[in-house]
Ligand binder design. Structure first.
Ligand SMILES: Cc1cc2nc3c(=O)[nH]c(=O)nc-3n(C[C@H](O)[C@H](O)[C@H](O)COP(=O)(O)O)c2cc1C
Length: 214
């Protein structure tokens, strides 16, 4: 790459707008309508979202997880409770979620606290997963150091044998979290970097909406 080539990379965003006159007063309504549009757009995994958590010494850390359910109380994702993110959330439930839907020139930032969902809810989702994914939850000690891939291959054989005559049960260390938001920011790219940003904040049990400068 030649010098300055990265600096010269830029897009002008022109396909949409986000105005107070058409934005609902509640963020959930706007989230649902943007999510529905993203679902109908050619995006490989519109439910892929960047989840950021914080380590005990204050280091923010991010990774992609999949959104698996939405309701007015929060956004649900599933993972290994003993993973890095699981341990971080156990110490500090504050987390953020970020969606970037490039073809729509839209970003959504969400902040709040993540709480473990009910065991029954985790069971129901776990049982809806394909066999290989259920087995994977036993095979992978997520975020632990392993010597090489043979560790996974050996454990796969071990658990295939263990559950040969039964359904794969949900391991206790695997389940869902619901991020309960207190902030949503909707960003729509506009021309000349004068983007639209509407921030919804939960204040005394109701959502307050303001516009932020881009
Ligand atoms: C598209 C995509 C979807 C993913 N979905 C999940 C998921 O739903 N749950 C999960 O635990 N990890 C998921 N991962 C893997 C995580 O990004 C991450 O590697 C893993 O959860 C370990 O993170 P941690 O060490 O910070 O706990 C996904 C990765 C990608 C790229």
């Amino acid at each position: 790459m030649r010098e300055g080539e990265i600096a010269a990379m830029r897009q002008n965003y022109t396909i949409g707008e986000l105005l107070e006159s058409s934005a609902p007063s509640e963020p959930w309504e706007l989230f649902s309508s943007w999510f529905e549009i993203a679902r109908k757009t050619k995006i490989l995994e519109p439910n892929a979202m960047i989840l950021s958590t914080v380590t005990q010494d204050g280091q923010p850390t991010s990774r992609v997880v999949l959104l698996k359910d939405i309701d007015k109380s929060g956004l649900v994702f599933f993972t290994n409770y003993l993973s890095q993110k699981g341990e971080q959330l156990a110490h500090n439930p504050k987390a953020s979620i970020l969606f970037w839907w490039e073809p729509l020139q839209r970003q959504i930032r969400i902040e709040g606290e993540a709480v473990k969902i009910d065991e029954e809810e985790s069971d129901t989702y776990f049982q809806s997963r394909p066999y290989g994914s259920c087995l994977g939850a036993w095979v992978s000690e997520q975020s632990q150091t392993i010597v090489d891939r043979t560790v996974l291959e050996k454990r796969q054989i071990e658990f295939e044998k263990k559950f040969a005559d039964s359904n794969v049960p949900r391991p206790d260390h695997w389940g869902g979290y619901r991020l309960v938001p207190n902030k949503f920011e909707f960003w729509q790219g506009r021309s000349n970097r004068l983007h639209d940003r509407l921030l919804y904040q939960m204040m005394q049990d109701s959502w307050v909406r303001v516009r932020l400068a881009p």
